[in-house]
Design a protein around this ligand. Sequence first.
Ligand SMILES: Cc1ncc(COP(=O)(O)O)c(C=O)c1O
Length: 367
Amino acid sequence: MTSKSSTKIAESKVSFFRSDLKDKHAPTIDIIPRKHMVALNEGCQDPYQLIQKDFLNRLDSLSLNRYISPTSDLLHQKLADYAGVPKEQLLFGNGADDMLYHLFLAVRENAQSFALSLAPSYFDYATMCGAVDLGIRFLDMRSDFSFDVERYIELAQDPNCRLAILCNPNNPTGNLLPKDQIRQILTALPDKLVVIDEAYYEFSGFSFVSELDKYPNLILIRSFSKGFSAAGLRFGYAISSSQNIAELWKTQITFHTSVLVKAFALSILENKELFLEHVQQIIVLRDKLYRDLKELPQLIVHPSATNFLTFSLAGKSDDLYNDLQEHDIAVRNVGSHPALQNCLRVSISCEEAVNAFRDQVKAYLVK
Ligand SMILES: Cc1ncc(COP(=O)(O)O)c(C=O)c1O
């Protein structure tokens, strides 16, 4: 029998891991769950409840004892049809984050390599770059969310810059970047990969997919977490030239995505109209909430091409955040960058949550 003291694991003086990891943190999420979870740009609608029958029928013909499943090919083709590209131009994986992670892994050449992003932008670019020891540099947006495109190009022209990231529409500002500026970047950087993160594509209704033939340096990343409301599923994909996709594929492990996830993603695509109709309802809700918040003179609210709105309340955003928490509503604080000083972000997840949020903001303002 092992005594209690002998089960204590000795701490090693040796570092078994990459030395840069010492100064890095594991990914954590600072959200306290509430009844109305409007912090992480999720939907309220659980896709399992919607398409359970289709999925369960599909499960009957799955073999969980096998590595190889015909579901992979079926899904690959169906997804390529949805994206409007040949199958060789598409690679899928476990969420947009997983695709980005592998992209960062695939472009890193050496310790000097870095990616360039606008700031503020999606928080996890820095986390994932850190995980693969790819540096990350930022160009600050102005307070109206415009940016100096010439400067962006200049920074990306550094020989160590391996990837230019553009989040379109941008999280957490919510805006679409000007098309002409994106084209200017793609044209000025023919020897750099430019990734456009289109995680919110279904809400913006805008994509650069039709311009892939024009720009061999372009790669798009998409997600099932937003437009298909399937954040827990973990499914996303990359679209680019077949040559770029073939290179990116080399960083993937052989059997990376669970056959259950693939079967569910296939069911989503077979029923895509249900989800895309819901996206239209969310857009109507978002625009209505935008107009309602605009009517409150104390609030500043930013237009959005996504499923969230970013807003602030001069000097009192933190207090409003706490008040919403106390009333069972979790929004996200996104105010760490000067262009978004004091800003909070609310996800447009469903009518009930949006109404609860609007009512509580109004109640707070008349306190
Ligand atoms: C801009 C952006 N990209 C990627 C992701 C991650 O998507 P996924 O859940 O598919 O990993 C998010 C999630 O919030 C996002 O906002």
